[in-house]
Write a protein of this length. Structure first.
Lengths: 352, 347
């Protein structure tokens, strides 16, 4: 734990420090160079059990924040791959399909790695439960992953020889890849947005209260990140739709994210502290990336810069939202104050 | 066909989970007005269930050195000191020197302590500001004084005080968020209406830990799985009383059929009110509350948050249909945005 006595500290040091505080009834601290600083006491606006958190903070590691990004990127890229396939843009199609496969492979690794018992990951497949967004997500991934894989591998067809059994595979691969690509794209929006429910369906105050916004923030962020990768990697002649898509993603994320700051006290972690800085950085990068994408028509350099900004924006947003939830679970304020307000409201409106 | 109240509202959980003619719903009524803080329940639980050691350290916040319910502490005895007497009784320390027990600084220091419980998140340090606020206000809580009563404050600063003790435990909710969100089916509803983790199924995904509105369930670091009170499922099946209730020397922890416990609790509150303890109230007894009523409910002598309980918990899955709708709308928006982006530029 964070407060375990370091090995170099003499036995009882922490107790003596504690005792120093106890012996000073006016709250002045002796020693340790605090200069007799007086602890100012804010008004007692809510009660708690010695300031301890009521909730258990999420035990998910940064794997899950990374998964939110990688899963979103995979979903957005699958949509782009299908769009490019249907509008005859083979270069963009290839980038979309490979990014989708890379994203979903990273997602699967991160999800399994985060488990307390990774060797039991397949226990997720014992049941299908609509009340568990994680179960729903498992099945969405189980559908999306193989489809994205087939679509990407089909891009290798031109490398196969013209004749023989492999020649047959070379002729069959493109239509199979097209069907798989479209099917992956059909499940992609679910993959990108269920993660909003995954976070919201918890007791974590800042996540739960944000349930109307989170799917939209994540949908927008997924489109922005996938457009970003496309702008970096796809041939410049085929990226026109990506500029419009980045703009659409930014619009969805800004409209959804706007609500995050308007949900009362539990908005605070989205605007303050490290989590707040990450969310703000995500917004700023999104604005810069979208603007750069719109003016980058002829400039390869500007396209790349905008792509990097869009991808970075998605990373910052995911980690910011993830961190905001942890912060809100660790301080009893975010649990007690909104529940007290709700009780007071119910009492004032209840029939006598 | 799921019950109309499958996610929220009054419900008998065992039949809803598919049991035909289940035994009556069993539970705990923990009457904190007779708890003496002996922690026999914590010890008995550890002994019977083979729960590992959860850190032997002084937290320096009160006589409670367990700190919280964790994967390695399935019962937790909370200890609170407050500067007021119980009910209308003669102040216990009248004529005795008895100064304030804690300063804001002490409370702030106490809130920062932790100990290695061997679990994740286990016992996390609290908010020093929140702890200091409590000790600075009229309802200060904290470590009993580090010096003889009255020495620091003088006779004129003396106050009366009371001790609150409460043995906390898993609430075995009617609508259990942990069970609803479990993606492996490891958490299940027993025929007694309680909620139990199957340790051979749990893969340590951690979803239940974020979902619990009471902060009960927790993960063991060394084995990665989630653990919590089983309400001694093995003993219940054999018609025995759970270990904690069996060990409780004051019958503060009472085990029995939930309906009967609710009647008993209502009578106990009425009696306490009659005897001049107007602050006695029940917590978690109401089938119309945010979790459909708790299988383990409490008689408290102060607001729930003073004991570290949420004042108005609501099962997160109440809002799940609305959440899926929003996600569906967002998914549709995403698909339309992509279609427009690819088709929009074409003449």
């Amino acid at each position: 734990m964070t407060d375990a006595t370091p090995p170099h500290e003499p036995v009882g040091a922490r107790f003596r420090e504690f005792q120093d505080g106890v012996d000073q009834p006016d709250g002045k601290r002796r020693g340790r160079g605090d200069g007799g600083e007086q602890l100012t006491v804010p008004p007692a606006d809510f009660a708690s059990y010695y300031g301890r958190p009521i909730l258990k903070a999420p035990v998910w590691k940064y794997d899950i924040a990374g998964y939110l990004f990688a899963g979103g990127l995979a979903a957005g890229s699958a949509l782009i791959g299908a769009g490019a396939q249907l509008t005859g843009r083979p270069g963009l199609r290839k980038v979309g399909r490979w990014t989708a496969l890379g994203g979903v492979a990273a997602s699967t690794y991160l999800l399994v790695h985060d488990l307390g018992r990774p060797a039991r990951f397949h226990h997720m497949l014992r049941v299908a439960k609509v009340t568990s967004p994680m179960s729903v997500g498992t099945w969405i991934l189980a559908a999306f992953g193989p489809l994205a894989g087939v679509a990407a591998v089909a891009e290798l067809a031109p490398l196969l020889p013209q004749h023989g059994v492999l020649g047959l595979a070379r002729r069959i691969a493109p239509p199979v890849g097209n069907i798989a690509g479209l099917a992956a794209a059909a499940t992609a929006p679910a993959l990108a947005t269920y993660t909003g429910v995954l976070l919201a369906d918890t007791a974590v105050p800042s996540w739960h209260d944000a349930y109307p916004s989170l799917p939209f923030v994540f949908a927008g962020s997924a489109l922005a990140a996938a457009s970003g990768v496309g702008l970096i990697a796809a041939p410049a002649t085929e990226t026109a739709p990506l500029r419009r898509l980045a703009l659409a993603g930014a619009a969805v994320e800004f409209v959804g994210g706007h609500q995050l700051e308007r949900q009362g006290l539990t908005s605070e972690p989205y605007t303050h502290g490290r989590s707040g800085r990450l969310v703000k950085a995500g917004r700023a990068l999104l604005a810069v990336g979208t603007a750069a994408a719109l003016v980058s028509r002829r400039s390869r350099v500007l396209s790349t810069i905008s792509g990097v900004a869009l991808v970075a924006s998605s990373v910052a947003t995911r980690f910011g939202v993830f961190e905001a939830g942890r912060v809100s679970a660790l301080d009893p304020k975010y649990t007690v104050v909104p529940q007290r307000e709700r009780l007071a409201e119910n009492r004032s409106t209840a029939p006598l | 066909m799921p019950h109309a109240n499958a996610l929220y509202g009054p419900l008998d959980p065992a039949p809803d989970a598919g049991y035909e003619n289940p035994p009556p719903r069993m539970g705990f009524f923990t009457d904190t007005s007779v708890c003496i803080g002996c922690k026999a329940c914590e010890v008995a639980c550890k002994e019977w269930n083979g729960v590992p050691e959860s850190g032997l350290d002084l937290l320096g916040m009160s006589y409670d050195n367990t700190g919280a319910l964790t994967a390695n502490s399935w019962r937790h005895v909370a200890f609170v000191e407050q500067p007021r007497s119980v009910g209308w009784a003669t102040p216990a320390f009248q004529e005795q020197p008895d100064g304030p027990s804690v300063s804001p600084l002490t409370a702030a220091v106490g809130a920062r302590t932790g100990t290695d419980t061997g679990t994740d998140p286990g016992l996390t340090p609290g908010s020093p500001g929140a702890a200091a606020r409590m000790s600075g206000g009229p309802e200060f809580l904290g470590m009993p004084g580090g010096q003889p009563p009255g020495r620091g404050s003088g006779a004129e600063g003396r106050t009366d005080f009371r001790w609150l003790m409460m043995s906390d435990v898993c609430k075995h909710c009617t609508h259990a968020a942990c069970l609803d969100v479990c993606p492996t089916g490891s958490l299940f509803r027993t025929e007694f209406g309680t909620v139990v983790v199957q340790e051979d199924i749990c893969n340590g995904c951690g979803y239940c830990i974020s979902a619990c509105p009471y902060g009960v369930i927790d993960q063991r670091k060394d084995d990665g799985r989630a653990w919590k009170c089983t309400l001694c499922y093995d003993r219940l099946g054999a018609g025995m009383t759970p270990a904690c209730a069996q060990a409780c020397p004051t019958e503060s922890i009472q085990y029995g059929e939930l309906d009967e416990l609710r009647e008993r609790a209502a009578a106990r509150v009425a009696k306490l009110h009659e005897h001049g303890v107007p602050e006695a109230r029940l917590y978690g007894h109401d089938p119309n509350d945010g979790v459909g009523g708790d299988g383990a409910f409490f008689l408290l002598l102060d607001e729930p948050e003073v004991y570290g309980l949420p004042p108005d918990p609501i099962v997160t899955t109440r809002d799940l249909p609305a959440m899926w709708k929003r996600a569906g709308l967002a998914a549709l928006t995403m698909a339309v945005a992509t279609a427009v982006a690819f088709l929009g530029g074409r003449p």
